[in-house]
Structure formats: C-alpha cells, structure tokens
Design a binder for this molecule. Structure first.
Ligand SMILES: Nc1ncnc2c1ncn2[C@@H]1O[C@H](COP(=O)(O)OP(=O)(O)OP(=O)(O)O)[C@@H](O)[C@H]1O
Length: 444
C-alpha cells in the first residue's frame, strides 16, 4: 500500500499546488521534507525531516497541509486516509524518498517556469515582451515592472522566467524572488528577534528583487513600511524591482498612496485570460513537456469546458493523466470526459440559472427578457417563454413553483403545460431540437 501512495506522491504535490493553492515555495519548504513512513488501512503516517522540530509539525497543521494532502490523496485514489505527521528521528529517514515535483532550485524558483515553456498569446504578449526587456537589461527598461492579472494566468511563471534568465546571463547580479507572504514573515521575524538591521541590509544588497502577489502586504502596517523603504533604497540605487498583483496599482484601494504611485512609475502591464487558441497551445506545450501524446480532440474538450484560468486547465490535464494511470487505461476522449466529470458538471450546474436561461432564450429569439416575464400572449413571445420553462426544468434544480414565480409569477400548472408542449413538439419537430441545442450550447 505504501508503494501505491509513493507512486502517486508526485501527483499529490501537483494537486496541492494546482487545486489547493499551496504555493510552490511552501511545497518546497514544507511538503518536500515529508516522507511516507507507513500506510495503514485508513491512515498514512508522514515523517518530517529531522532537520525540523515540533514547531514544523505545528506549522504544517496550522496551514492545514495535512488536510490538503488527505484531500488530494482521496481525490486520486478514491479512498479517504487520515494523515498523521510525526518528527523523524535522526538516521530514520527511509531510503526510498518520494521524488518531489515541482522541484525548486536554491533560489526558490520552479525550474519549469522559464521563457522557453511560456506560451505567448494575445492575452499576455505585452507582459511577455516587457518581461524579456527587463530580463535582458535589468533596471534599464522598465522599473518597476508591475505585472497584474487574475489568479492562475501566468504572473509567477513570468517572474520566475525573468529570474532564471538573469541568473543565467548575468551571474554577478544578486537576484531574489520572494512571495509577499515570505516577505511579511521575514519582517515579522525581524521585529520579533530584533534583527531589523539584518533584514534591511539583506534586502538592500539585492540587484533584482521580485515580489509576487504584492497585494497581500496591503493592510499590514509594518510590512508596508518596510517594503516602502526597501523599494526606495533599491530604486534610488537603480536596482530592478518586479512586482505582481491581482489588480493594477490604481485599484489597490487600501494601499498607501505613496506606494501606489511608485508602483505605477515603471510599466504596469496586464495579463488577460487566454482565448481558445492560446489555451490549446498551452495544453499542447504542457503535454509535450510531460512527454505524453494527447489527441487534439481532448485539448479541444478541455479548452472549451474549462473557462477559468490556466492553472485549472493544467489541473484538468493532470486529472486525466492520473485517472489513466490509476485505471491503467490509455488516454482517449471517453476517459477524459469521465475523469473531468466532477470538474465540468459542477461548473456548468453552478453557472446555469433561470435568469441566464431567460436571457439566452430572449437573445436567441431577438426579444427582451422583460417580454418573457410579461403578460404578453402572442406566439412569438409565448413560445420562447415555454422554452424557458422547459430548459429551467431540465437544467436547473428549481421546483416548478419556483420556475413559475421567476418566469413572470405564473402558477405551476401553466409551467407544466409549457413544458409538456415543448416536450411534445420536440418529438415531431427536428428544427426545435436544433434550436434547443443551440441555446444550450450558448450557455455552456
Ligand atoms: N502562457 C503560459 N504558457 C505556459 N504555461 C502557463 C502560461 N501561463 C500560465 N501558465 C501555467 O499556469 C499555471 C499558473 O500560472 P502562475 O502560477 O504563473 O499564475 P499566477 O498568475 O501567478 O497566479 P496567482 O495570482 O494565483 O499566483 C502555472 O503552472 C504556469 O506554468
């Protein structure tokens, strides 16, 4: 049993990062030093590297990493295990330590996040170009470079790419990548242990500072202060600063004005969600890097069904890989659909509401949503209204009474009549089936 868990350990780590938002830095620092000591019928015992002490275990529990590991394992194996973490005794370390991916080098950088593996699309072209400019000529092109955009769209990937590039091409420069969480913790520790001077001199000796998710310093008084001074010191000495955030500087509302304006000094540049073609290109690249062959129809299926972000796209691909491995079946479209069932069904169900149905039907028939809920009885309005009733019953969890209420306060016998009318027409009118199919697709 231990073997089986060891086999999927890499996938557990990927899941922690992709689905439970455990940062790659945290995986490196806290999950990699865990070894699978024993697997019992419903319990897995993990031991934490002897270099740590009890506080390490407390931290893992506090951050709920044990809970996320248990979730990831149950997701992958379909079986629920409790996770127990204990401290490894010196010399006890098992020989077979599970390999950990993603690996991180000494600089806390994911080796996979480089310019070579970054797919350029319309959504990120400018951000990519600016990143290259900064990597080639630190502190000369844009300072600070401020990358912003929604979650999982590639900001961290670009930041690591810049850092890798500079380390490789300009080895004399002192490059530091931190998340704002790391930075905050360093500030707190320095205050606690009265080592603020040490922290300041560390940060002021850096040539290229990259701080990921800077929005998290907002509201943390001392951290903001410290960052403000670090920023000024580096900027005035013509050192490169690269920041990422979920919003542009002007929308970081609660941030002190003096920091907000500094963030806009250089180049704020956004990353947007990818379009269909870019999504497919990213999936292809990912499969190529993982050395697996995946048919285009599967990429098409993922790209049309996963609408959120690139992390979720990769998560979907990963789910398919793991499902095929566990079930020892080749990857085809049918297997992919089964593997992604939960992911996709949930998302569709959540998104489709009676309001969305009314809006889509109205658009399709070139009428107003207000017509649908109105008292009008002409065929060009009443028929789309009945289609709405039919689709609400089919695609939402609403009761007939509720559907009637939403569609213009109609009683439930009117709703039943409407649904039956459409069901009957569907039996004899292939054109209507097509109309329903098109409307359903529009909501997908
Ligand atoms: N253009 C791209 N080409 C290839 N992979 C990409 C691209 N954009 C994002 N990815 C991949 O998507 C995943 C999520 O990206 P990343 O962690 O950089 O997002 P982020 O914008 O930093 O998100 P967050 O704000 O949540 O930290 C990563 O595995 C990354 O490699």
């Amino acid at each position: 049993m231990k073997n089986e868990i060891e086999k999927i350990w890499d996938d557990v780590l990927v899941k922690l990062e992709q689905e439970h938002d455990v940062s790659s830095a945290a995986i490196n620092a806290w999950i990699k030093p865990l070894h699978i000591k024993d697997v019992q019928s419903n319990k897995i015992i993990l031991s934490l590297d002897a270099k740590y002490d009890e506080r390490g275990i407390q931290f893992i529990k506090k951050k709920m990493y044990d809970f996320y590991i248990s979730l990831a394992i149950s997701d992958l194996t379909g079986k629920k295990y409790d996770i127990e973490v204990e401290l490894e005794k010196d010399g006890e370390k098992p020989k077979q330590t599970p390999a950990a991916t993603p690996e991180h080098d000494n600089n806390n950088l994911n080796p996979r996040y480089t310019f070579d593996t970054f797919v350029i699309g319309d959504n990120n072209r400018m951000a990519h170009a600016a990143s290259i400019a900064v990597a080639e000529a630190p502190a000369e092109a844009y300072n600070p470079l401020f990358l912003y955009g929604g979650a999982g769209l590639g900001k961290t990937h670009l930041m690591h790419s810049i850092a890798h590039y500079i380390i490789e091409h300009n080895s004399s420069l002192n490059v530091l990548y931190v998340t704002s969480e790391d930075f905050t913790n360093e500030v707190i520790n320095s205050i606690q242990h009265k080592k603020q001077e040490e922290l300041r001199s560390k940060y002021r000796n850096i040539d290229v500072l990259l701080v990921d998710d800077i929005q998290f310093v907002i509201g943390k008084e001392s951290t903001q202060q410290e960052f403000f001074h670090t920023f000024n010191a580096l900027y005035n000495s013509k050192k490169q600063i690269i920041l990422s955030s979920d919003k542009p500087p002007k929308e970081l509302d609660v941030l002190e004005e003096r920091l907000r304006s500094r963030f806009s000094w250089g180049l704020p540049v956004d990353i947007q969600p990818p379009n269909y073609e870019t999504k497919v290109a990213i999936l292809r690249k990912r499969a190529e890097l993982d050395n697996i062959y995946i048919d285009d129809e599967i990429f098409d299926y993922i790209a049309t069904h996963i609408k959120s972000n690139i992390r979720d796209l990769e998560g979907a691909l990963n789910k398919i890989k793991v499902y095929s491995k566990l079930n020892k079946k080749p990857i085809d479209l049918e297997l992919s659909k089964i593997a992604l069932q939960d992911l996709i069904d949930n998302k569709t169900k959540q998104a489709i509401t009676p309001e969305l149905i009314m809006q889509t039907v109205a658009e399709h028939f070139n009428i107003q949503t207000s017509d649908i809920i109105s008292k009008k009885r002409s065929h060009d309005i009443a028929y789309p209204r009945q289609i709405c009733m039919y689709l609400c019953k089919k695609m939402t969890d609403q009761s007939l009474v509720k559907i009637g209420e939403i569609i213009g306060k109609r009683d439930h016998s009117t709703v039943i009549h409407g649904i039956e009318k459409i069901e009957k027409d569907l039996e004899k009118d292939p054109e209507l089936s097509k109309v329903i199919e098109v409307i359903t697709k529009k909501m997908d």
